[in-house]
Ligand binder design. Structure first.
Ligand code: UGA
Length: 484
């Protein structure tokens, strides 16, 4: 099919590349000329694993082109996917759909052939029915243009796989013709057995925000339980594992920690609440305010923990931050919990040295006061506290014995609950996490002397060998280890 993709951000660029990879002729359109130049050269303008590998051959073959012209898009496409952003409206919880409106208004009068306009952007329920009238009104004489809504469920970091092998396809259509066009566009996925749900546009719009609101609720739920674990001396990671085996619950989105961020979950929770309120159903979604508030509190709590680990004040301290992206696998720092904590810690007087394998440039552009190191060791040099804020795989492999040699004080806060903290404790670190019972660690790995670590324990005394009181070479006491 001849497809255009209007808007080439994280969603549109991936969608365009994937549609070309399954055999369609695709034209990507964006008003950002720099981005278009990159894409037209087969380069990804942001980090998304696998995207460049898909772009290069598709561009080279001529099946995938990029441009800035709506006239070219209108002349070319029989299927136009609208993939522009719908951020939170300034001064409101509602979504700003002005970019969607503008795309439709610029494209439809230039459509030179019968076509289907397909919204993929996440919008408040009712947007499609409002825009259907706009499309009908703006279509040139002799051209039949129709609107459908086909929400996208891709996650950054796994966007290619999510697009090429989706768990479901949702088509909000008003005619058999629109339904047939979408089935044709996604034929390889449907043939591979992907469930295809054909419904009306309003239901399709609502499926998307409901999915994101549900995921956000799940994350906030486990974070509330993490707080209960903290006071009950229970372990939220084990608890989540046990919950996840229940097929009615499932293991996804049960990672307790710093909470959700990015361009979607928080924005969609608020937009759903705002839209429900407009429609007179605010009571029905009142709990979404709690989901949002629980999430915001994680960031404040993380800053409080960092401050308390630093001895009660952050002023004059040096804080190492591992990870600033909103999650691993992306360079996206939009509403990043990690970056928010790093910035707050810096505002409270700490000198922050951060590391992130992909997101440093985007983070620096927003917060030039943060310093970035090229590696973990550089970020941790002389640190009074190490904050693990985005769970990139490589941080889980850090050798705590070796790192201990470069910090000023061996204190680590794992705000993502994935570091092997028993090992860190065995290496002499004071370690904290949300809702974790961290047993005194077994002494695995090289002894501190071999790693060049400092043996002198903080708090006096000399290190004790493992014994009945404490089954590790515990170099430091902390609130849960009684061996000192
Ligand atoms: C989310 C949805 O998962 C996608 O289905 C949807 O298409 C997309 O929004 C969108 O609307 O465009 P994404 O924002 O890429 O995708 O990221 P997620 O993987 O859902 O993670 C969102 C946030 O929740 C991240 O900050 C992550 O660290 C956090 N999270 C996730 C947790 O705190 N715990 C978890 O167990 C899972």
């Amino acid at each position: 099919m001849r497809i255009t993709v209007i808007g080439t951000g994280y969603l549109g660029a991936v969608h365009a590349a994937c549609m070309a990879s399954i055999g369609h002729e695709v034209l990507g359109v964006d008003s950002d000329a720099d981005k278009i130049t990159e894409l037209a050269a087969g380069r990804a303008p942001f980090y998304e694993p696998g995207l460049a590998d898909l772009l290069r051959p598709a561009v080279r073959s001529g099946r995938l082109r990029f441009g800035t012209s709506f006239a070219e898009a209108g002349a070319f496409g029989e299927l136009h996917f609208i993939c522009v952003g719908t951020p939170q409206l300034a001064g409101s919880y509602a979504a700003d759909v002005s970019a969607v409106d503008a795309a439709v208004e610029r494209l439809v009068p230039r459509c030179a052939r019968d076509c289907l306009i397909v919204g993929k952007s996440t919008v408040p329920v009712g947007t499609a029915s409002r825009l259907a009238a706009v499309v009908a009104g703006l279509a040139p004489a002799g051209v039949t243009a129709e609107l459908a809504w086909n929400p996208e469920f891709l996650r950054e970091g796994t966007a290619i796989a999510d697009t090429l092998h989706p768990e479901r396809l949702v088509a909000g259509v008003s005619s058999a013709r629109a339904d047939a066009a979408l089935r044709q566009a996604y034929a390889p996925m449907i043939e591979a057995g992907t469930p295809y749900i054909s419904t009306d546009p309003s239901t399709a719009e609502l499926v998307k925000v409901s999915a994101n609101a549900f995921l956000a609720t799940k994350v906030s739920f486990i974070n509330v339980i993490a707080d209960v674990c903290d006071v009950a001396d229970a372990d939220v990671a084990t608890l989540a594992q046990a919950l996840g085996y229940d097929s009615r619950i499932g293991p996804q989105a049960l990672g307790a920690g710093l909470g959700f961020g990015g361009g979607c979950l928080a924005k969609d929770v608020r937009a759903l609440a705002a839209r429900a309120e407009e429609l007179g159903a605010s009571d029905a979604v009142a709990f979404l305010g709690t989901v949002d508030a629980v999430n915001a509190a994680r960031r404040r709590r993380a800053v409080d923990i960092a401050r308390s680990m630093a001895g009660g004040s952050l002023r004059g301290t040096r804080v190492a931050v591992l990870g600033v992206a909103f999650k691993p696998g992306t360079d996206d720092v939009r509403d990043s919990p990690a970056l928010a904590v790093a910035a707050a810690v810096s505002l409270q007087g700490a000198e922050v040295r951060a590391h992130d394998p992909r997101a440093a440039a985007n983070a620096r552009a927003l917060h030039p006061q943060l310093r970035f190191a090229p590696d973990v060791t550089g970020a941790c040099e002389g640190a009074d506290v190490v904050l693990h804020l985005t769970e990139w795989d490589e941080y889980q492999d850090v050798d705590p014995w070796a790192l201990r040699a470069v910090v000023r004080e061996p204190r680590v806060f794992d705000a993502r609950n994935v570091l092997p903290l028993e090992r860190w404790r065995a290496a002499g670190w004071t370690a904290r996490a949300f809702g974790r019972r961290i047993r005194p660690g077994r002494a695995e790995g090289p002894r501190p002397a071999a790693a060049g670590g400092r043996l002198a324990p903080v708090g006096g005394g000399s290190p004790r060998p493992p014994g009945p009181q404490c089954p590790s070479w515990c170099l430091r006491g902390d609130e849960r280890c009684e061996c000192w």
